[in-house]
Design a protein around this ligand. Structure first.
Ligand SMILES: [Zn+2]
Length: 317
């Protein structure tokens, strides 16, 4: 694995440690006293809501977490509010995850607060290509009739890296190392919080395997293809209604309906932030239902568990 801690400005980091560590040493010497007052907490900003879960689990009472892309917002099109830009100026660190808005905004956030350390929480995760609905199952999308069609052409790599337990472990480790870097005085507490989180992720993984154990048919249909990493870890097939971020054409929709019938799929999964009218259309055609699964839920652990149950229920016999 690559080095999990990326300090954008090492000199700034040293300066930062001076003011983070000094008050921390005087105020809270012992990791056994878990209640930190606000003044001794390190302010962090995280890119998307599920990262807040990791930062809070590992940082415990020693961190105060501000979130950029909040509940119901869509990281592909998101822009920070003026209040969030203000919160950035108080943050000791920013944990990024590699969603689209960061490309444009990270340099601006760094300019707003040059002392803020920017840490890539996805460091070490191998990104997979964005799946396109029909390419995944061997049917060419419209206008892409080339036999060598490769879905990587469709728009690069899948940004939804946080949606699998194995990637969750990598994120947890990156957050652990990031926190130790900015607040080394609480390394012991961070490490024990991290160990507890890893144990919970292992238990989650076992639970998901049990949920999916009896399922021979392992195809599920989603509107927005956010669950590729989850599908990869559990040997599932994600079929996406959206193609390259676009609604499907009428003939693609017809292909999806055929495919759903053929696989016995009984639900189309949608996420709260995305208008998914064509998911309704497919669901009606197959006599199935539209079911919400949120790729950005804050309770990351419970959310993955619920997603596994929902996917399993939707599989054909
Ligand atoms: Zn997405």
């Amino acid at each position: 694995m690559n080095k999990p801690f990326t300090a954008v400005k090492p000199l700034v980091l040293l300066a930062l440690m001076a003011w983070v560590v000094a008050p921390v040493l005087s105020a809270c010497q012992s990791a056994a006293a878990p209640t930190a007052d606000r003044a001794s907490q390190t302010n962090l900003t995280v890119s998307v809501l599920p990262l807040a879960y990791f930062a809070e689990r590992v940082g415990g009472d020693w961190v105060s977490v501000n979130v950029m892309v909040g509940p119901g917002e869509e990281p592909h099109t998101y822009e920070p509010t003026p209040e969030q830009m203000k919160a950035i100026s108080d943050s000791a660190a920013f944990f990024s995850i590699g969603v689209e808005y960061e490309d444009v905004w990270l340099p601006r956030l760094a300019e707003t607060n040059p002392d803020m350390v920017i840490i890539d929480a996805s460091n070490g995760i191998e990104r997979i290509p964005v799946p396109t609905a029909v390419a995944e199952v061997g049917v060419q999308p419209e206008g892409k009739e080339d036999a060598n069609y490769d879905h990587e052409e469709e728009g690069g790599l899948d940004p939804h890296v946080w949606l699998s337990p194995e990637n969750g472990k990598i994120i947890a480790e990156n957050i652990l190392n990031g926190l130790i870097g900015i607040d080394p005085g609480h390394e012991t507490a961070f490490r024990s919080n991290y160990e507890a989180l890893i144990a919970d992720i292992d238990a989650l993984d076992a639970q998901i395997r049990e949920t999916l154990a009896g399922d021979a048919n392992r195809s599920f249909m989603v509107f927005h293809p956010a669950w590729g990493y989850f599908a990869q870890q559990y040997d599932l097939q994600q079929i996406a209604v959206q193609v390259g971020g676009q609604d499907p054409s009428a003939s693609e929709l017809a292909q999806l309906v055929d495919l759903a019938r053929e696989k016995g799929i009984s639900a189309i999964f949608v996420s709260p932030a995305i208008n998914a009218a064509s998911a309704e259309a497919v669901a009606q055609e197959i006599g199935g239902s539209v079911v919400m699964v949120d790729p950005l839920a804050e309770d990351w652990l419970e959310n993955l568990n619920e997603a596994a149950t929902a996917f399993s229920k939707s599989f054909g016999e």
